[in-house]
Write a protein of this length. Structure first.
Length: 23
């Protein structure tokens, strides 16, 4: 598991800010 700053395409969050997701 690694934490990376990226956009969650499956989320309704604004793509203008990076989101931490677990890869």
């Amino acid at each position: 598991m690694r934490i990376v700053g990226t956009w969650d395409e499956s989320s309704d969050e604004e793509p203008s800010k990076p989101k931490l997701v677990q890869k």
